[in-house]
Write a protein that binds this ligand. Structure first.
Ligand SMILES: [Zn+2]
Length: 265
């Protein structure tokens, strides 16, 4: 499932492939992609418009148009963007296609259909009405803001990090990575965190996002001591040699090292 770094890669793709181009034609190939508003509004809002800007917040991508409206994309589990030329075969599972004036088609591709497309006139209002938490990589978010999301909050760290209304963009993979890098058990209670530990977790989060973006989210190219390289198979912790464990925390398959991420009593 695309998380913050993966959606940031999609934003960069949209920025390089679409901004400055004009949308000549819109094809809503699968009407269920426009869950809330219907194909006619999407087509009417996009057709003929020049694409002017991109924004991302958490796992949401916004693409700005000269009429002031924004195309809103959410990628669900398998959503991605692709570009192909007029003479090229489109990829499978295209849900929405924008034919651009540079001769390319920008496609929203989603095999499992959990993603979706919508429109908004105001990105900030859109985010506010859905009560999404802050995006930790955008300007204005810092260690103090990170501290605030844990202050007075009950529950375990894994559950809090996954809650998009508390902090936006972290999913199962990066939550595990942050906790692994910070040496914290996923079921550690937020109330038990010391200030130095919150700082460690904040730094682990920024390191995880930064390292992943530096390799354009190709996990195999991450440093050896990243959990993202070792998930989905039982193996030794690259930091301490213990056998990694997996069990369900906050309803999700959670990987951790039983030795260097011990549960505190
Ligand atoms: Zn370990």
């Amino acid at each position: 499932m695309p998380e913050l770094p993966e959606v940031e890669m999609r934003r960069r793709f949209m920025e390089s492939q679409a901004v400055g181009r004009r949308i000549l034609k819109v094809a809503v190939i699968d009407p269920t992609v426009t869950k809330r508003i219907g194909p006619a509004e999407i087509t009417g809002s996009l057709k003929g418009q020049r694409i002017t800007a991109t924004r991302r917040h958490g796992k949401w991508l916004f693409t700005g148009l000269e009429n002031g409206r924004w195309l809103v994309l959410h990628f669900g589990m398998t959503g991605r963007l692709a570009v192909h030329g007029v003479d090229e075969t489109p990829p499978r599972f295209v849900r929405l296609a924008l034919h651009l004036n540079d001769g390319h088609t920008l496609a929203f591709v989603d095999s499992r259909k959990f993603g979706g497309a919508g429109m908004t006139d105001d990105v900030d209002a859109f985010l506010a009405t859905r009560h999404w938490g802050p995006d930790p990589t955008l300007p204005g978010f810092d260690l103090n803001a990170f501290r605030e999301i844990f202050a007075g909050r009950s529950g375990n760290l894994k559950g809090i990090l996954l809650n998009q209304r508390v902090i936006a963009g972290i999913g199962n993979l990066y939550a595990d990575e942050m906790l692994y890098q910070a040496g914290l058990h996923p079921e550690t209670r937020a109330a038990d965190l010391e200030p130095a530990t919150v700082k460690k977790l904040y730094e682990a989060m920024m390191t995880a996002f930064g390292a992943s973006l530096a390799v354009e989210t190709r996990y195999a190219e991450l440093p050896e001591n990243f959990l993202l390289r070792h998930r989905n198979r039982t193996c030794q912790c690259p930091r301490c040699g213990a056998t990694l464990k997996v069990h369900r925390v906050a309803g999700r398959s959670t990987y951790y090292c039983p030795r260097h991420q011990r549960k505190r009593r």
